[in-house]
Design a protein around this ligand. Structure first.
Ligand code: F6P
Length: 320
């Protein structure tokens, strides 16, 4: 490849900028021309493409969001849209593309590779729901946001001997809830991967309060339902449990990326460029047990990420 482009697509995540920076600077370092595509696949279809240089990614490693902006694009899900996108890249002589995003973004990259464009996917999502990588870019920062919020909630819940239900993001994946729940010492963690009984949860909360516990935190992954509904069910069982509900929402997608996310993004961005130069295509980049790995995008999108039951059970054991 001689000319590559980079885009960010789907829901943004902290560390996308660090990944863009790594792609641009590594590409230039290895003698490639590098282009940025604005607003994901939508920008590609609009031919919103511009040349990037060393300076165009200055002062962004610490910033949340994405300077390239992001969008979800329906037109690109059609074959006509994909063919148009591939043609626009070909007309500009761009033969390699790095896509930073989640599942849907990977699928777009897969389609483009079938149309002759060499593609690489970087896992950019707070949800940590991409297979063949232990962590996605943004996940660590999102977990930090949740833990910080729970720390604050604990202060006030404790003063009033209250319980708190905290709804967190993650789409169909419980990883944000699990990791933030373990790190914040939550009493209960509800995730879509593990079945639960709200009456049992309420019984345990009641028993713990009766035995001197002064507060109770229930983390609910959005994949299991609404925090408000969980709170209502708990209160129905024991009116004395009257949880306050906090929906953290998009706050989890903002803020400066943690050093972990910046370094993950930097390693993956550089790796993607090197692999494109080596002639690889249609691959997802990841880090497994500390090692950089490449996996066929088709395999990545068709494999469900395993849930860490060991961590879940540990959280339950420690939350008495
Ligand atoms: O995929 C990232 C994510 O933040 C999910 O956790 C959440 O379900 C979804 O995006 C929210 O999407 P939107 O930003 O379109 O409301």
């Amino acid at each position: 490849v001689k000319k590559i482009a980079v885009l960010t697509s789907g829901g943004d995540s902290q560390g996308m900028n660090a990944a863009v920076r790594a792609v641009v600077r590594s590409g230039l370092y290895y003698g490639l021309e590098v282009y940025g595509i604005q607003r994901g696949y939508q920008g590609l279809l609009n031919n919103d493409i511009f040349a990037m240089d060393i300076r165009s990614v200055g002062d962004i490693i610490q910033r949340g969001g994405t300077i390239l902006q992001s969008a979800r694009c329906l037109e690109f899900k059609t074959l006509e849209g994909q063919q148009k996108g591939a043609q626009i890249l070909r007309d500009r002589g761009i033969d390699g593309l790095v896509v930073i995003g989640g599942d849907g973004s990977y699928q777009g990259a897969e389609k483009l590779s079938r149309l002759g464009i060499k593609t690489m996917g970087l896992p950019g999502t707070i949800d940590n729901d991409i297979s063949f990588t232990d962590y996605t870019i943004g996940f660590d920062t999102a977990v930090n946001v949740v833990v910080e919020a729970v720390n604050k909630l604990r202060d006030t819940m404790s003063s009033h001997e209250r319980s708190s239900v905290v709804e967190v993001m993650g789409r169909h994946c419980g990883d944000i809830a699990l990791h933030a729940g373990l790190a914040s010492g939550a009493e209960t963690i509800l995730v879509p991967e593990v079945s639960y009984d709200l009456n049992e949860v309420a019984d345990r909360m009641k028993a713990n309060f009766d035995h001197g516990k002064r507060h109770s935190i229930v983390i609910v992954a959005e994949g299991v339902g609404k925090g408000e509904d969980v709170a209502t069910a708990l209160k129905e069982r024991y009116p004395s449990i009257d949880p306050r509900v906090t929906v953290l929402g998009h706050i989890q997608r903002g803020g400066s990326p943690t050093p972990f996310d910046r370094n993950l993004a930097s390693r993956l961005g550089d790796f993607a460029v090197r692999k494109l130069i080596e002639g690889e295509s249609n691959k997802g980049c990841g880090v497994l047990k500390g090692e950089l790995v490449l996996t066929d995008i088709e395999k990545v999108v068709n494999t469900k990420k395993p849930f860490n039951m060991e961590l879940y059970e540990l959280a339950s054991r420690l939350s008495q």
